[in-house]
Design a protein around this ligand. Structure first.
Ligand SMILES: *Cc1c(COP(=O)(O)O)cnc(C)c1O
Length: 219
């Protein structure tokens, strides 16, 4: 698929396309930028910062990968959305660094929906505990814009579909219980190169597509 046709398909669905540029050189990113893409996602802080420093300043940078609390400070002045907030301690640190920079940082709560042990994230109980806590209500420099999840890496479409349904269900529950009057709680970040069409069918509002746009990665 060409970039244009991927972008059109995502756009027509009403979802937002995050072009996942991890491991890819600036030259390739600029090629996609010149075709109109402005939202790019990275999974390592150092690489994200390097690219932010050297690429056009109207790019919106999304952090999509597992994030250690001690690295938040390096990107707090510019990151547009962190998809991968997977624990309370990290959220507190994001709030602290956002405050230092006099910003509000947009965050998604990452949920564990896959069977694989390697995928991190909240479960519904932990998330509710956090959202119910008094400490959470004091965090003024973060905005929870929705949730994110990654399906199991498998060919079994039924399994992937049911994991996406599980994430949508979590979103609906949280929206009803905690974010009723907050229009900004609106994003369900799910779907990657291999499963983005399925994700969109199941209610994704934001797809994170790397290899389909940039080609396979060599680590
Ligand atoms: C790498 C990555 C993607 C994109 O994966 P592709 O299969 O290349 O589209 C999406 N989300 C996260 C969290 C990633 O780390």
């Amino acid at each position: 698929m060409s970039f244009k046709s991927i972008a059109k398909e995502v756009n027509d669905s009403g979802a937002t396309l995050v072009a996942v540029s991890k491991t890819k050189p600036n030259e390739q990113i600029l090629d996609i930028y010149n075709q109109g893409q402005r939202i790019f996602g990275e999974n390592r802080v150092q690489e994200l910062v390097e690219k932010y420093n050297t690429l056009p300043k109207d790019i919106e940078w999304h952090m999509i990968g597992h994030l250690q609390s001690n690295k938040v400070k390096y990107m707090a002045h510019f990151v547009n959305l962190i998809h991968s907030v997977d624990n309370f301690k990290l959220l507190k640190e994001v709030n602290k660094q956002a405050a230092k920079n006099e910003r509000i940082i947009n965050c998604l709560l990452q949920f564990k929906i896959a069977k694989e042990e390697t995928k991190t994230g909240f479960d519904l109980k932990d998330a509710k505990e956090m959202l119910d806590s008094e400490l959470f209500s004091t965090l003024k420099n973060i905005k929870i814009c929705g949730i994110m999840g990654m399906a199991t890496f498998t060919d079994k479409q039924d399994q992937v579909r049911s994991e996406f349904q599980k994430l949508k269900n979590i979103f609906d529950q949280l929206q009803a219980s905690y974010f009723k009057n907050q229009d900004s709680f609106s994003e369900i970040s799910m779907g990657m190169s291999g499963d983005f069409q399925l994700a969109i069918e199941e209610g994704s509002t934001m797809v994170r597509i790397g290899s389909l746009i940039f080609g396979n990665r060599n680590y």
